[in-house]
Design a binder for this molecule. Structure first.
Ligand code: URA
Length: 194
């Protein structure tokens, strides 16, 4: 069955497998539903967040709560792209109860789904949104403040780290740096797209 995951012929087939996943017993028990991903399945730009929150768990779509509204503004007003033209997903497909941080083991269990999603979408640039995504994708535990501001690489795909919109809501003074991150991302994006 794990074989079927890696070889899922389409994103929809993979989403169906994810929908019935019980690898993390606690999360499978406490979630309303899995939250797979949203957007253009052949997008050139992927945003990878942490995990669904309460609103995402209820609606089945990533980044639709308060932080999600800010991410949508970042995409549409900041980057002048359309939300439906990028692909948005999370490290974890299930909401951790009470929005606690994902456990390392949970991220590890979900990693195969994440990597299959990335392989299907094959974006030209990944934006790692926040500490959890940055740490998971870069196998680092450095603060976001030190990971942002440069271009990394995830399995051959350029990757830029930025602050999580939930953090920006708490610390609006960091928005100027997030703005720099977007400019860097657009530069990388256009650089590789050219
Ligand atoms: N925060 C995230 O990291 N992802 C979501 O989908 C919602 C909030």
């Amino acid at each position: 069955e794990d074989h079927a995951v890696a070889n899922a012929p389409t994103l929809d087939a993979l989403a169906q497998q994810v929908a019935s996943c019980t690898r993390c017993a606690e999360l499978a028990e406490t979630r309303t539903q899995t939250v797979f991903g949203v957007g253009d399945p052949s997008a050139r730009l992927c945003f990878i967040g942490e995990a669904p929150g309460a609103v995402e768990d209820r609606l089945g779509e990533p980044f639709v709560g308060r932080a999600g509204k800010l991410l949508t503004d970042i995409i549409e007003k900041g980057m002048r792209l359309r939300r439906e033209d990028v692909y948005i997903l999370n490290i974890l497909k299930c909401r951790p109860p009470g929005n606690r941080d994902p456990a390392k083991e949970e991220a590890a269990e979900c990693r195969e789904y994440l990597d299959a999603q990335i392989a299907h979408v094959a974006p030209r640039l990944i934006l790692a949104v926040g500490r959890i995504a940055a740490h998971e994708l870069l196998d680092s535990d450095a603060p976001v403040g030190r990971l942002r501001g440069k271009e990394h690489d995830y399995r051959g795909i350029p990757l830029v780290v930025t602050y999580h919109p939930a953090y920006l809501l708490r610390s609006p003074s960091q928005k100027a740096k997030a703005w720099d991150d977007l400019r860097l991302a657009l530069r990388c994006f256009r650089g590789v797209a050219a």
